[in-house]
Design a protein around this ligand. Structure first.
Ligand code: FEO
Length: 403
């Protein structure tokens, strides 16, 4: 049965949720599910903005049919070709063969590549082009690499509506309300939004900054992303998060201590260091075992804080597997602009610190606090003192920054 929401006069939500999906993009756990948003505008012409993943296609087609109320579908605007939004395209074209697709040349090429679609009924637009559909004008704003190269937004100047593709989306299914101002977004979505941002588009901060600059010139009343809540109030707060994230600035002054430990001694060192940081007045300290926390969460937390600690044992004459994976994931997402400290352990040849330094040395604007603390198998009195001194140094660095 259909389940739609009227967003404002003439505009309807026709998307759906998926709470069975285990891994979004086969990579990211989504224990709170995910929504695939689609929107339908009723004007002199009817306009559908994107389709949905196969998982939500049944309710999506019922929604579209219900909102159309017997009218024909005139236009489908495709903003992004990733299959979580385009997978229902072929069935849509079978059901509404008279529809004209409005999109850009890159999407048109991908329609052929994904679906062997070579249809004539594609209206190709360029940046800034407009299409009038009655009382509303569709204006196209290109947003390459947010999150694929073909991505574009649609802006409706008459009502200040921005269809923002993946940008401003989040993991987490919609629960009843579709509006950000009707949920506790900071409590229920912000962690997922941060994890979504850094894992999906974190690598493309420059491109996100370009889009933010374009958006700054638009009067925006309503933001309709492809995942998560619709924004009609207080969007500036969320836009500011995107601004901070895409400039690779820390969102919070604080420390995330990441450790990998085979038999618990490196964990012991990490916990002693975290306690020393806290004892010296820092209230924002997190500790993560990288072997049991999903790397997508580790990545988001590393970007969140101003200071990070990497503590690991030496393994196979290198860095322990889960820590090495995490560090390369940070590198792949252009991690930069943070203070860091290192702890290494090794029972006969502690070398992980040097290997970590070599990886971190390739990142932009990383500054080490203190010196690497080396453990030989377990924490001793001397290493305890060095960990406590390092904790004090990190805490003072944070306090000096705040003052
Ligand atoms: Fe939600 Fe890039 O797809």
């Amino acid at each position: 049965m259909h389940n739609t929401v009227e967003i404002c006069k003439d505009l309807h939500y026709v998307g759906g949720n998926d709470r069975r999906i285990a891994l979004f993009e086969s990579a990211f756990p989504v224990p709170r599910g995910v929504s695939y948003n689609s929107y339908l505008l009723l004007d002199e012409k009817t306009v559908l903005f994107d389709t949905v993943d196969i998982a939500a296609s049944e309710v999506f087609f019922e929604n579209v049919e219900h909102v159309l109320g017997g009218r024909k579908l005139d236009y489908l605007v495709i903003h992004h070709m990733e299959p979580d939004h385009s997978a229902s395209f072929v069935r849509l074209m079978e059901k509404y063969p008279e529809v004209t697709v409005i999109t850009n040349q890159k999407v048109k090429t991908m329609l052929a590549n994904f679906f062997h679609f070579e249809g004539e009924n594609v209206h190709v637009v360029k940046e800034g082009d407009t299409v009038s559909v009655g009382k509303h004008t569709l204006q196209f704003v290109f947003a390459p690499m947010v999150h694929w190269p073909e991505v574009m937004f649609t802006y409706i100047p008459e009502d200040g509506i921005l269809f923002s593709a993946d940008a401003f989306g989040t993991f987490g299914a919609l629960a009843g309300s579709i509006f950000a101002d009707e949920v506790n977004f900071e409590r229920d979505f912000l962690d997922d939004a941060r994890r979504y941002y850094f894992n999906i588009v974190g690598k493309y901060g420059v491109q996100v900054q370009n889009v933010i600059k374009k958006a700054a010139g638009l009067k925006i009343n309503l933001v309709c992303p492809l995942h998560g809540p619709v924004w009609r109030k207080n969007f500036a707060w969320y836009l500011n998060k995107y601004d901070i994230w895409s400039k690779y600035q820390p969102e919070e002054e604080g420390v995330a201590v990441f450790y990998s430990s085979v038999y618990g001694h490196t964990q012991n060192a990490a916990e002693i260091l975290a306690a020393a940081i806290a004892k010296n007045g820092v209230t924002n300290v997190k500790v993560y075992d990288v072997s049991v926390t999903h790397v997508s969460e580790l990545l988001a937390e590393a970007f969140r804080y101003s200071h990070v600690v990497f503590a690991t044992t030496t393994y196979n004459n290198g860095i322990f597997i889960s820590m090495e994976h995490f560090l390369y994931d940070l590198k792949a997402h252009a991690y930069q602009n943070r203070k860091y400290a290192l702890v290494e352990n090794g029972s006969w040849a502690p070398q992980a610190g040097g290997y970590m330094q070599a990886i971190i040395g390739e990142w932009k604007n990383m500054q080490e606090v203190g010196e690497t603390v080396t453990l030989l198998s377990a924490v001793k009195e001397e290493t305890l003192e060095r960990l406590e001194a390092l904790g004090k140094e990190i805490a003072e660095d944070i306090k000096n920054k705040k003052e």
